[in-house]
Design a protein around this ligand. Structure first.
Ligand code: AMP
Length: 189
C-alpha cells in the first residue's frame, strides 16, 4: 500500500494536486473537508452537527473527524493506497491515524507539505470564493481557518519530521511543475 498525506494551509493546492495524483498512482483520495461538505449538503445528522463549526472556519472535534475518516478508509477495502487531504490536522489525529493503519499492517509512507506564502494563499482563496461559494472562503472566515492552521495543524509537521517522513515541495507556480515535483518525491517511497 502507498499511503500519502498531502499537507498545507487552506489554498495551498491540496485538492488540485490530489486529483492529479490519484489518476497517476491509482490511489483513493480522502478529503475530510469534502466529506464534511457532502454530509452538510445531504443534511445528515453529522452534517447538522458540524455545519456551524465549518462555516465559522473552526476545526471539527477530533473524535468526530477520526470516526468519519476511519469509516471512509474501511469502505475502500480494495484500495492500493490513499491520499489523505486535509487530514490529519491535529497531532491526536496523526497519532490515531498511525495506530489505525498499523492495525491493518499499513503505514503512512510519506507526508508532503505544499509550501505557499500567506499573501498567495489569501489571493487564491479570494479567487476561489468567487466560484466555489464556500461560506468559509470569505475573508473573515478565512482568517479563522488560517489561524487554526497555525495554532493547531502546523504541529503535525514536526510529528512526521521526527519520523523522517516529511518532504516539502514549493506550491507556487505552474500546476504541472508542482505535480512533477510531487511525483519525484513520491517515486522515492
Ligand atoms: P478543507 O476543505 O480541508 O479546507 O476543510 C474545510 C473545513 O472542514 C475545515 O475548515 C474544518 O472546519 C473542517 N475539517 C476538515 N478536515 C478536518 C480535520 N482533519 N479536522 C478538523 N476539522 C476538519
Amino acid at each position: 500500500m502507498l499511503n500519502l498525506v498531502l499537507f498545507g494551509p487552506p489554498g495551498a493546492g491540496k485538492g488540485t494536486q490530489s486529483q492529479k495524483l490519484i489518476d497517476h498512482y491509482q490511489l483513493v483520495h480522502i478529503s475530510t473537508g469534502d466529506l464534511f461538505r457532502a454530509h452538510i449538503k445531504s443534511q445528515t445528522s453529522l452534517g447538522q452537527q458540524v455545519s456551524k463549526l465549518i462555516a465559522d472556519g473552526e476545526l471539527v472535534p477530533d473524535s468526530i473527524t477520526i470516526a468519519m475518516l476511519e469509516e471512509e478508509v474501511d469502505k475502500n477495502k480494495e484500495a492500493k493506497g490513499f491520499i489523505f487531504d486535509g487530514f490529519p490536522r491535529t497531532v491526536p489525529q496523526a497519532e490515531e491515524l498511525d495506530k489505525f493503519l498499523a492495525g491493518k499492517g499499513a503505514k503512512i509512507n510519506g507526508v508532503i507539505a505544499l509550501d505557499v506564502d500567506q499573501e498567495e494563499l489569501t489571493r487564491r482563496i479570494a479567487e476561489r470564493h468567487k466560484i466555489s461559494g464556500r461560506p468559509d472562503d470569505d475573508a473573515e472566515k478565512l482568517k479563522k481557518r488560517i489561524s487554526e492552521y497555525f495554532n493547531k495543524t502546523v504541529h503535525v509537521l514536526p510529528y512526521y519530521e521526527s519520523q523522517g517522513k516529511l518532504a516539502k515541495v514549493n506550491g507556487i507556480g505552474e500546476i504541472e511543475i508542482i505535480f512533477n515535483d510531487l511525483c519525484t518525491v513520491i517515486d522515492q517511497y
